[in-house]
Write a protein that binds this ligand. Structure first.
Ligand SMILES: [Zn+2]
Length: 116
């Protein structure tokens, strides 16, 4: 591989990562900082911070709040899901591991089943 080719590939990689980062940030806002499935908050408030909340600013944007989410494939890769952005949502770690290879709809049905 030529140096030029190598630089081009590096550039493509950085470009992809930046686009992905932006997509994930937008998604985090769109989901209001909550898990796509169970709707629990996917951020932790650091200990010792007692700043009073400001009503017009959602808590997830405070500097003492640390996002805590995982990427989940709505259609699992194991079931021919893709790595396309549209197939990715942000989920809490317990949901991600509980969902396993279920599809988005299967898992949502399971969550809403009171007998589960
Ligand atoms: Zn969850």
């Amino acid at each position: 591989m030529t140096r030029r080719e190598q630089l081009r590939r590096e550039f493509e990689g950085i470009k992809y990562r930046n686009v992905f980062k932006k997509y994930v940030n937008d998604l985090f806002q769109k989901q209001d900082g909550d898990c796509f499935y169970c709707r629990k908050a996917m951020y932790e408030v650091l200990d010792g911070y007692t700043e009073p909340p400001i009503p017009e600013i959602p808590r997830m944007y405070y500097r003492y709040v640390v996002p805590n989410y995982t990427y989940d494939h709505k259609m699992p890769l194991a079931r021919n899901g893709t790595n396309d952005f549209e197939n990715i949502v942000l989920a809490c770690a317990p949901c991600n591991s509980r969902k396993g290879v279920k599809t988005c709809d299967e898992y949502l049905a399971e969550l809403s089943n009171p007998f589960y």
